[in-house]
Design a protein around this ligand. Structure first.
Ligand code: SF4
Ligand code: SF4
Length: 93
């Protein structure tokens, strides 16, 4: 009897863990749409270097590209630090 109860407890503990793993909460929070004005950008790389989410990367010409738009949290680090006002972030969602 004691054995059976302990098996049951173990099973429900495992089922609980599986249900928890199977239903991760979607991440929530602001998102941003990043636009770079190529003619103003001097390719200093500040935005690429300091974006905490690695949304940007330098292309072969040394200018930034948006490589992971889905990761932008609209923190506005890039557009507030760009020395040439060459990048803007519009908050979406
Ligand atoms: S707003 Fe923040 S997360 Fe989005 S690209 Fe700029 S620095 Fe990165
Ligand atoms: S910080 Fe501004 S000027 Fe520098 S690479 Fe980024 S967009 Fe271009």
């Amino acid at each position: 009897m004691g054995m059976a109860k302990s098996d049951q407890e173990q099973e429900s503990a495992v089922a609980g863990a599986a249900a928890h793993d199977a239903a991760p909460r979607p991440k929530r929070g602001p998102r941003g749409r990043v636009v770079i004005f190529g003619t103003w950008c001097k390719g200093c790389g500040i935005c690429v270097e300091f974006c905490p989410m690695k949304v940007l990367a330098l292309n072969d010409d040394g200018h930034p590209l948006v490589v992971a738009p889905e990761k932008c949290t609209a923190c506005h680090w890039c557009d507030t630090h760009c020395p040439d006002f060459a990048i803007t972030v519009e908050r979406i969602g």
